[in-house]
Design a protein around this ligand. Sequence first.
Ligand code: ADP
Length: 599
Amino acid sequence: MFKRRAKKFLKANFEDLFFFYSYLKTKLFYVVIFSFFVSLLDALSLSMFIPLFEVASQTAKSTDNKLSHYFISFLEFIHLEATINSVLLLMVFFFVLKATFRYVDVYYRNLVNSYFVKMIRIELLNMISNVKYSKFITTDLGTIQNSLTTEVVNVNNAYTHYISVIQNSIFIVVYISMSFWVNSKFTIIIIVGGLISKVLFQKFYSNSKTLSFSVAKKNNILASLLMQQVNNFKYLKSTATMPIYSKKLEESIVNIENDQLKIGKISARILSVREPIVILFLAIAIFIQVNVIEGSLSSVLPSLLFFYRAFNSLMSVQLSWTAFLKYVGSVEHIVTFKADLNSEAESIKGYDFKGFTKEIKFDAVTFGYQNEDKVLDNISYAIHKNKTIAIVGKSGSGKTTFVNLISGLLVPNQGDILIDNVSIKNYNINSYRSKIGLISQETVVFNDTLFNNVTFWSEKNEKTLEKFRSVIEKVDLLEFLERSNAKEDIMLGDNGVVMSGGQRQRLSIARELFKDTEILILDEATSALDSQTEKLIQESIDRIKGSLTIIIIAHRLSTIKSADTILLLKKGQIHAEGNFQDLVKNSPVFSKMVALQEI
Ligand code: ADP
């Protein structure tokens, strides 16, 4: 019971620490240890100034300063006389030791910092790669991009400031302990003052925290709006709708900056009132010490020195804490984003898929997107190996959904997909997908060489080069390859700008052939091309027909004339099936579609 409560308390109050700890583990512990030694050595070296002055002024023996007594006893213990030289020697020794620790401390902190960013980025990347497709399509792209870039940097800033808070807090504890050791009464007075000032600042902090979270959220919205503007630039420009859209962007920017301004105001207030408050408390404490307790000023000197340092650290704590609060919203954002991705992660357990020999079978498959109507309703159908299947139907009839089920991007709500009578669920989904090739209307071309685009960054050697040339030949890109001096190393530019639409599609086919695809999906692959280019691609496809299973979704019926079977989807069901001639003869819906396209 108590343990659970303690855990709950810790989690609620040190949630961010838990977050950092989850990545850094013992590294965090070492950061704390180094801080402790740095502050201890700093306090020791600093405190040497007082014996130094007292030895110099020959008052060391008569002083009521505890610290001087300790040092003189220590010097006697190591058989040194308390002279200026011996005190100086000890002081230099402490300072050098402190500098050494300081070096290790700063170096190690930087090391941990970059480790932290690396871990968090890699983890997020993996999570995004592993998230279910159904989750991906409902996640805002701006959020994904912003999380991986800005938010990770912000989280690192949050971490740096948090560590600074911890480190300076340790400094404070060490300095105050030292002060307590030399003059307990005076120390207590100052601690009380410190606590009062903390209460005063508390309110500012909570405001700043809420605002920071809101800024993180708004930044995501802005990133998303910006991305949509870039994506739809042409439309916005040519229809003069840009000003309307830009206004939305402007509002979003103004909104964020207003919040930032508020955070800035709070920081400014904290910054400006802090020092006068500190001085006021110190003045009161010295006044009490001298007038009420009637202690000597010299007995409080070491404490003042420690407190001077402690206050410096306190200022750093407050500064770092304010800075931390500016970024804490990003930590919360990443925590929620991670939990969200995690809850929708794809399971990649199961047997390795080695290929299939007979068929891919839809066994009473029903599918609908979140709570909506059934897109596919109780479909049973077997696709035989190395056959070419075409899927036709009106827009929205479920063709893409059908192929997304085949590639395992979507999972049936009811029924199952069996590969040679084994459920797709039993396979490691990635090993299964490595046998799938996908070519859609939006070609996938990376800003890299032709070779890397086709081979997906395979190592270049005799074998891969030979295979590369053979697939290039199959898709009729040999001429393109030979034309450039760079040959296979020709750079294709952003989205393959140096290629025509048809060449980009043929490159996509080459890529799928290179990886020994068993199931090739063409989703409206040629819809955006002119009929001449489409014909060329059709020829490339005809050349590979029969050597792998091909599933074609096509709008233009001329492209599927040679398919072994055509499935006509209507209202979530297979309305008709057969080859082109069969369907023209037997399906009035199909023959009407053919007539409309004047084939
Ligand atoms: P087609 O490829 O035949 O044009 P789709 O398979 O893309 O059809 O879509 C079938 C139906 O599913 C449509 O009514 C469409 O509105 C709906 N749909 C497609 N994708 C989603 C989605 N991500 N969320 C909700 N509904 C969707």
